[in-house]
Design a protein around this ligand. Structure first.
Ligand code: FES
Length: 260
């Protein structure tokens, strides 16, 4: 097998690789850019984010807002007029930052957006490797702290799933109930396969045999961690589709079919 050094040529984008190495970064660029544009647009709308017992995951938990899902009532009168208001703008930065600082996504968007490098064994535009030891990339180390926000948010998202099956006339299954279930399910797999969670549970243990419960949890997270990339993409599509579904149903463009 050829060594990476032998495949790499000098000059941006130069390489001896003969495979379609650019397909992965190009696909990542298109999908992530679409997600960022859509999520930003949806977060600023402040409308059509709920439909009866469904609440968009971009807006959950709704701390302040005009929907029946709001935990602390409507926007306070003291809210500054110059500050844009949308329930999503209060909560979405936390899961967004969790995803932005994810170890997997960093590898993906460093290649797709910054060409640093464009792919393995492909020359990059910069001469020196600056790493994440300096600002502003040092901020990526905050991922381990955002993990705890993400775990907390999962509680609210599962409550939304619960509500998604509880209609005014009893317990039923609508297409929206399943959409919320899949969205939160994939987000749960994504969060529980996190590298930081794996390290938190077992990375610091010297003797696994002395901590059997922790070791068991560590093994579970390690098993999920092998599929972290898959969960990262599934949860991205899942959460975006859940918002889109509830938005279109709320606008009357789609109908929420009841299955049971
Ligand atoms: S490493 Fe991806 S969510 Fe933590």
């Amino acid at each position: 097998m050829a060594k990476i050094g032998a495949l790499k040529k000098s000059g941006f984008g130069k390489t001896s690789r003969r495979d379609a190495w650019w397909v992965g970064p190009a696909a990542t660029f298109v999908v992530l850019a679409t997600f960022v544009v859509y999520a930003t647009w949806a977060a600023f709308q402040g409308d059509h984010y709920w439909y009866r017992n469904y609440l968009s995951p971009f807006y959950s938990p709704e701390l302040l807002g005009s929907s029946p899902h709001s935990l602390f009532g409507p926007k306070p009168d003291a809210w500054p007029s110059w500050l844009p208001f949308s329930p999503a703008l209060i909560i979405l930065p936390f899961p967004a930052f969790f995803r932005f600082t994810c170890y997997y996504y960093r590898g993906a968007y460093y290649k797709a957006f910054w060409a640093d490098p464009p792919a393995c064994a492909v020359s990059e535009p910069r001469k020196g490797y600056t790493s994440e030891n300096g600002w502003p990339l040092k901020i990526q180390n905050s991922h381990r702290y955002f993990l705890f926000f993400a775990l907390l948010l999962l509680i609210f998202l599962w409550l939304d799933v619960w509500h998604g099956f509880h209609f005014a006339d009893g317990v039923h299954v609508g297409v929206g109930s399943l959409v919320l279930l899949v969205s939160t399910g994939t987000l749960t797999f994504y969060t529980f396969s996190c590298h930081s969670l794996r390290h938190f549970l077992g990375g610091r243990l010297k003797y696994f045999s002395k901590h059997p419960t922790q070791y068991f949890c560590y093994q579970c997270v390690s098993g999920l961690n092998k599929r972290h990339m898959l969960f990262a993409w599934l949860s991205l599509f899942g959460v975006m589709f859940a918002d889109l579904y509830i938005r279109l149903v709320s606008m009357g463009i789609w109908t929420d079919w009841r299955l049971f």
